[in-house]
Write a protein that binds this ligand. Structure first.
Ligand code: ZN
Length: 149
């Protein structure tokens, strides 16, 4: 069996964030990470979106299938992580959204998700760099230790 990739990291800062009305959720989070040089960390949040663009990874076809949601939804849960991709901070986040009937839908967060309101916490870690690189087995960009470059 292949061993899991495990690193040790320390929390260096918590950022408590209210995102502005109308911003792109993924792009706003990525911009904060770039501005603060957050290269490793995690994100959690709640709020609401005016519209959303999420995706499902088709494991057989090895591609993301996009799903546009053109009506307001609650952000029941936003959760994600921060690592490096091509040397720059990269946010990988998933969302669970709920409509007015309380029905949930969720997936991989894409650009094109417009914030109505969003309160989140970003935890910045200090530790070994995790760089995303193409993984043959899954077709995804997954974490690899940067020391094996
Ligand atoms: Zn994902």
């Amino acid at each position: 069996m292949i061993q899991p990739l495990v690193i040790s990291a320390d929390v260096t800062a918590f950022y408590v964030v209210r995102l502005p009305f109308g911003c792109d959720l993924l792009e706003a989070l990525t911009a904060i990470c770039n501005e603060r040089d957050i290269r490793l960390g995690r994100i959690s949040g709640i709020g609401a979106v005016r519209r959303a663009n999420i995706a499902y990874y088709d494991q057989r076809a090895r591609q993301y299938l996009s799903l546009s949601i053109d009506e307001p939804h609650e952000i029941v849960s936003l959760t994600g992580n921060i690592s490096l991709k091509e040397g720059a901070p990269f946010v990988h986040a998933h969302v669970v959204l709920a409509n007015k009937n309380g029905e949930a839908i969720g997936g991989h967060l894409n650009s094109g998700t417009e914030v109505f309101a969003c309160e989140c916490v970003i935890e910045a870690f200090r530790g070994p760099s995790l760089e995303r690189r193409y993984d043959e087995q899954t077709g995804l960009s997954l974490w690899t230790p940067s020391c094996d470059k």
